[in-house]
Design a protein around this ligand. Structure first.
Ligand code: AHR
Length: 500
């Protein structure tokens, strides 16, 4: 059997765990909103039409922030359409997803849903077809206590207390030719700077996210970040990263190593942001908001012709059914995000329900957990205190897409207040691997939980018919003696250990 060593100690501290790294994303896309979080008439729906079964799963998932309302959708969105009496709201063409938007759910409903779910809202403004004035308007509507035209409108609409939204995205993927209102880096940087400066005149404590690249493979990657940050550095706090991964042509080995691209992406953006920082002689560092990341079988979406005929309301779009291998990749991407907690201060699993989501629903029917639900929920639940970047001694394997990849990867957290620790591990090997984890330095005495996601069939999924086919299993091989944990990781697996 293959072996690996993981050495964890407190000198490996990266940064405190950033709760916002466990964020997600709700876009007006497909069935994420309609029949996802919102379905009046569903047996579990409350008086506002929010599905109670979905809310319970969102709480279990441990989501911190939720980005809204897009995504590509936001670049053609008029936020005013989604407030006021529902019966009077206009129906609009959504160009991004070739759908019909009924506007039954808008800003006030989303804020109410966030309160029910225990999540922090994160709002994106439209910089595709709109600009500074509309961003200021939605900010006034959302956050100003009252006594102005737009804040009083919010109060009249039933939201007496301001929504107090702290994080705002300045548009979405403006580097992408598919984006409504797509711009060059120079055009976007100037608009983002003007918009951000004006928003901070309202509230200097807002946290603003400039659009970075839609993927590390974009032809403008790197240069886009440089130009945008040179224009907007003084006014923004974050630059965004977006990344989606999938298995291509049966190349499971490359797919399992997707986090190497995420590492490269983060490190390149950090280097670029720091280059601009030093060039402009600034003290403050820019953080990363990795506000779209996931496994997404984009090739299936492209091959399907991308859009359904006509302009349907809430069509079934991007409803990927995730396998064990997909969940292992999601778990390993979380390891990478945590490892970069010094700069990645916020992240959003895209998306939350039905649309490439960890939660699936049927209209009028059940809601269930996809495989990807488990590594997210467990990492969000167990990661606490300080992130540690352990030394991992492991073999490597050759991949077509990412070069040599470590067979085993790991990250740890240590909470000095409670004396507890957690170790998250991925085994990319097709063989079982015995891992020796040296936790002497943490002073932890017992294994509280050892949970593994694996299956003899790495393509096993959860479906409506078999919603519990794939679940986390206690890993009975885990044993702790004299500051050393030994555990067997099954082939293609993700594991969480809670120590205390
Ligand atoms: O999450 C799906 C889409 O992916 C989003 O709308 C867009 O921002 C990205 O390209």
């Amino acid at each position: 059997m293959a072996t690996a060593n993981v050495i964890v100690d407190r000198s490996q501290g990266v940064a405190p765990v950033q709760r916002r790294v466990f964020g997600s994303f709700i876009e007006h896309l497909g069935r994420c909103v309609y029949t996802g979080i919102h379905e009046p008439g569903h047996p579990t729906a409350d008086g506002h039409g929010f599905r109670g079964d979905v809310l319970a799963l969102v709480r279990e998932l441990g989501v911190s922030t939720v980005r809204y309302p897009g995504g590509n959708f936001v670049s053609g969105y008029r936020w005013e359409d989604g407030v006021g009496p529902v019966a009077e709201r206009p129906r609009r063409l959504d160009l991004a997803w070739h759908s019909l938007e009924t506007n039954e759910v808008g800003l006030d409903e989303f804020a109410r849903w966030c309160r029910l779910a225990g999540c922090e809202p994160m709002l994106a403004v439209n910089l595709g077809t709109r600009g500074v004035q509309e961003a200021l308007d939605v900010l006034e509507y959302a956050n100003h206590p009252g006594g102005t035209a737009l804040s009083d409108q919010r109060v009249a609409n039933g939201s007496v207390a301001p929504h107090d939204i702290r994080m705002w995205c300045l548009g979405n993927e403006m580097d992408g030719p598919w984006q409504v209102g797509h711009m060059t880096a120079g055009e976007y940087g100037a608009l983002a700077a003007r918009t951000a400066a004006a928003m901070k005149m309202v509230d200097p404590a807002l946290e603003l996210v400039a659009c970075g690249s839609s993927g590390s493979g974009m032809p403008t990657f790197g240069e886009w970040e440089r130009v945008v940050l040179e224009a907007a550095y003084d006014h923004v706090d974050y630059i965004s990263c977006h990344a989606y991964y999938q298995e291509h042509d049966g190349d499971l080995g490359s797919f399992l190593a997707s986090s190497l691209d995420m590492e490269y992406f983060i490190e390149t953006v950090v280097a670029t942001a720091d280059h601009v920082r030093h060039k402009l002689r600034k003290d403050r560092a820019i953080a990363i908001s990795f506000d779209e990341w996931n496994v997404w079988y984009q090739s299936r979406f492209t091959e399907s012709g991308k859009v359904t005929a006509g302009w349907p309301v809430a069509p079934r779009l991007l409803e990927d059914v995730y396998s064990v291998a997909d969940a292992v990749v999601v778990g390993s991407l979380l390891i990478t995000l945590l490892r970069h907690s010094d700069r990645v201060r916020s992240a959003s699993l895209a998306q939350l329900v039905n649309v490439i989501g960890p939660i699936m629903t049927e209209p009028g029917g059940p809601a269930w957990r996809q495989t990807t639900f488990f590594p997210f929920a467990t990492t969000a639940r167990l990661a606490a205190g300080q992130v540690l970047n352990p030394r991992v001694e492991t073999g490597t394997y050759a991949t077509a897409r990412h070069g040599e990849a470590p067979l085993v990867d790991a990250v740890a957290t240590h909470d000095a207040d409670t004396g507890s620790a957690a170790v998250f591990l991925v085994n990319r090997s097709r063989e079982a691997t015995t891992v020796r984890i040296d936790v002497h330095d943490l002073g932890v005495g017992a294994i509280r939980e050892a949970l593994t996601l694996a299956d003899p069939d790495p393509y096993a999924t959860n479906t409506r018919e078999q919603p519990d086919r794939v679940q986390l299993q206690p890993n009975a091989t885990a044993a702790h003696t004299d500051g050393v944990v030994r555990i067997e990781l099954p082939p293609v697996s993700w594991t969480a250990l809670a120590l205390g």
